[in-house]
Design a protein around this ligand. Structure first.
Ligand code: SF4
Ligand code: F3S
Length: 107
């Protein structure tokens, strides 16, 4: 199994999640983070850390978020590892919980 970053991370990127990951499996893009499914050891530590509640186990994804399994796997191969917390994106608090943010995903 793996954990998966879902839509609500887009345009927020709070990065609290990366601080607790024991195997550094988060990868960073311009406005989103993903988890490398080949590295995640299902430790569960990141899930409660995300202020946007964007992280789920792959078998507990909310309806409509299933496509993020493939998006995480695909982009983890392309984006660099992030293992240090940084400031969220400037308008993160305005974008959190907005619908249809997938249209803004920058790859
Ligand atoms: Fe990292 Fe654990 Fe989260 Fe997987 S579940 S991404 S290993 S913190
Ligand atoms: Fe994104 Fe939440 Fe991490 S918003 S960067 S998954 S703390």
């Amino acid at each position: 199994m793996t954990f998966v970053v879902t839509e609500n991370c887009i345009k927020c990127k709070y990065t609290d999640c990366v601080d607790v990951c024991p195997v550094d499996c988060f990868h960073e893009g311009p406005n989103f983070l993903v988890i490398d499914p080949d590295e995640c050891i299902d430790c569960t530590l990141c899930e409660p850390e995300c202020p946007a509640n964007a992280i789920y186990a792959e078998d507990e994804l909310p309806e409509g978020q299933e496509q993020f399994i493939e998006i995480n796997a695909e982009l983890a191969e392309k984006w660099p590892v992030i293992d240090t917390v940084k400031d969220p994106l400037p308008d993160a608090d305005e974008w959190v919980d907005k619908p249809n943010k997938i249209d803004s995903l920058e790859k």
